[in-house]
Write a protein that binds this ligand. Structure first.
Ligand code: F6R
Length: 230
């Protein structure tokens, strides 16, 4: 199973590294991955989790901290409630920052301070976004505020009670932040991701397909059920 194989890569890092630094993503795609990661987290890994630093790619802006729709809540309900990672080692942008620009600077500094991630999990948007780096004329290197495209808000609406309440803004790691890791594990399942995957690995770089910049990383592993896309 693809999600299990991806989770096994993370488990390997937990076993080998003294201070694992992991990057996570949210969304529909990695739900099974988190189930597997929890299942594979046997008691001998308790110390490894205690020493882990974990980062998330992104977070909506404008949701109260107790909202069930934050990515923070997604991560706690799927992973952090099951593994003994200390709260201070969990890094997710704040969903209701008093100063969003300052929150981006704080998050970028944390990424730099903790150091290069051993692995970063990614999904891909149908429009080729990674994190919340949307197709655009320019892409940013570091953590920044983004206006979510209508397409992305529609794509994510299923997680909300009604389409209207999907926030229009988010904080996301930039492309440079995403790439600053030893290994990228990209999950892309189902026919709706086929076109985005094809564009991402077509041999051309385009800011209109942010995932195409993954071609510049030396160690990207794609787990996909698509045939002949790459
Ligand atoms: C989530 C994220 C996004 C998703 C992408 C795919 O943290 O950064 O880039 O990975 O939107 O979402 P799903 O898996 O819901 O299709």
């Amino acid at each position: 199973m693809l999600s299990r194989s991806a989770a096994e890569l993370f488990i390997k890092i937990l076993k080998v590294e003294k201070r694992p630094i992991l990057g996570f993503a949210t969304g529909e795609t990695p739900k099974l991955f988190y189930e597997q990661l929890v299942m594979l987290s046997t008691p001998d890994l308790l110390n490894a989790w205690k020493n882990t630093e974990a980062f998330n790619l992104d977070e909506y802006i404008g949701l109260p901290p107790d909202s069930p729709y934050t990515f923070r809540n997604y991560m706690y309900s799927r992973l952090y409630r099951y593994v003994p990672i200390p709260e201070k080692q969990i890094h997710i942008p704040n969903s209701s920052p008093s100063d969003p620009e300052l929150e981006c600077i704080r998050f970028t500094e944390q990424l730099k301070f903790v150091g290069k991630r051993h692995v970063q999990l990614l999904g891909i948007g149908r429009n080729g976004h990674i994190g919340f780096n949307e197709p655009s004329h320019t892409l940013r290197l570091h953590t920044h505020i983004v206006q979510l495209s209508e397409e992305t808000r529609k794509q994510n609406a299923a997680a909300f009670p009604d389409n209207v309440s999907v926030p229009s803004e988010a904080i996301t790691m930039g492309i440079g932040d995403i790439m600053d890791c030893d290994m990228i594990v990209l999950l892309a399942f189902g026919p709706s991701k086929r076109l985005a995957l094809t564009r991402a690995f077509s041999g051309t770089l385009s800011t209109e397909c942010p995932a195409s910049f993954l071609q510049l990383h030396r160690n990207v592993i794609v787990f996909t059920d698509q045939e002949n896309v790459i």
